[in-house]
Design a protein around this ligand. Structure first.
Ligand SMILES: Nc1ncnc2c1ncn2[C@@H]1O[C@H](COP(=O)(O)OS(=O)(=O)O)[C@@H](OP(=O)(O)O)[C@H]1O
Length: 303
């Protein structure tokens, strides 16, 4: 039998911990943000302050459920093509998750290292900012993000469930979910989207034209690929292709993580009043900001 990847090993451990964790005990707060005890630890956050970033690290930042695993897959594939060898995970890729020794182990990894994160910009370790490492930030419309987040909690058997969609929606709007408020995350990143080392990617744009999105990502990372190579990566990065391999790549959570991969699924769950409440929240937090425009909210979140 093939050896379990670090990714699957880590997920299995988190699921084991989840079995014994009630929703009311799922979070601990660090610097005003709630994190799940099943994936994050105070000692790891403390160790993270001393993380030594490299200028050639590749950082993939997103709020949960905005397509982190998708972009990670794409960047790994790009790197595998340009380096002519398969990029292997040697750690669970989410920077802030795992044991506090992981940053010591990461010192030994060859460049470029790829890491994902759900941290707000101002919670990133200082060395990432100083190093000017390239950062890809992927955003998804907040209504589909909330629906994906809800399903993940309530569909995966071992993860604590919410009482109902209405219950989850209330928590989501108050930012009482893992990694805190979508809107705080967005406001925080909004100020940095035009920094030279940062590239914004919209989930919905990738859905619309995957090959173009992959080409733009390759260009940003300074990778030179042929049209054929881009097309080949594109074919392996569709929702269907990734879902088909999800058990192999992501273990037990795979089929739940790669759930539907659609734009507009929010229409199946949002009540009219919830939709209006989110429209108001969007207006207050993001309307008129560069990110507010980039999210194409009217197109994706209004009927
Ligand atoms: N290839 C591809 N195409 C389209 N959509 C995709 C793809 N890969 C992942 N996804 C969808 O992304 C959602 C999961 O987001 P994340 O990977 O960020 O989740 S996590 O926060 O890391 O747990 C989750 O969204 P939902 O299906 O709406 O739940 C995944 O299906």
């Amino acid at each position: 039998m093939a050896e379990k990847s670090k990714f699957i090993e880590y997920i299995d451990e988190a699921l084991e911990k989840s079995k014994e964790t009630a929703l009311s005990h799922l979070f601990f707060t660090y610097q005003q943000i709630p994190y799940p005890v099943t994936m994050c630890a105070l000692e790891t956050f403390k160790a993270l302050d001393a993380f030594e970033a490299r200028s050639d690290d590749i950082v993939l930042a997103s709020y949960p459920k905005c397509g982190s695993n998708w972009i990670l897959h794409i960047v790994r594939e790009l790197l595998s093509v340009v380096s002519e060898k398969k990029y292997e995970y040697s750690e669970f890729p989410v920077l802030e998750c795992g044991d506090s020794e992981k940053y010591q182990r990461m010192k030994l990894f060859p460049s470029p290292r790829i890491m994902t994160t759900h941290l707000h910009y101002d919670k990133l370790p200082g060395s990432i900012i100083k190093s000017k490492a390239k950062i890809l930030v992927i955003f998804r419309n907040p209504k589909d993000t909330a629906v994906s987040f809800f399903h993940f909690h309530n569909d995966v058997p071992d993860i604590p469930s919410y009482g109902s969609w209405d219950d989850f929606f209330k928590h989501f709007m108050k930012g009482q979910v893992s990694w805190g408020s979508y809107f705080d995350f967005a406001i925080n990143w909004n100020k940095h989207l035009d920094d030279a080392n940062i590239k914004f990617i919209l989930y919905e744009d990738l859905k619309e034209n995957l090959a173009t999105g992959i080409k733009q990502i390759a260009e940003f990372l300074g990778f030179c690929l042929t049209g054929e190579q881009i097309q080949a990566i594109s074919a392996q990065s569709t929702f269907q292709a990734m879902q088909a391999k999800s058990q192999e790549t992501h273990g037990a959570v795979g089929p739940f993580l790669f759930r539907k991969g659609e734009v507009g699924d929010w229409k199946n769950l949002f009540r009219e009043t919830q939709s209006q409440e989110m429209d108001e929240k969007f207006k207050t937090c993001l309307a008129g900001t560069p990110l507010g425009t980039k999210l194409k909210y009217e197109l994706y979140c209004q009927v």
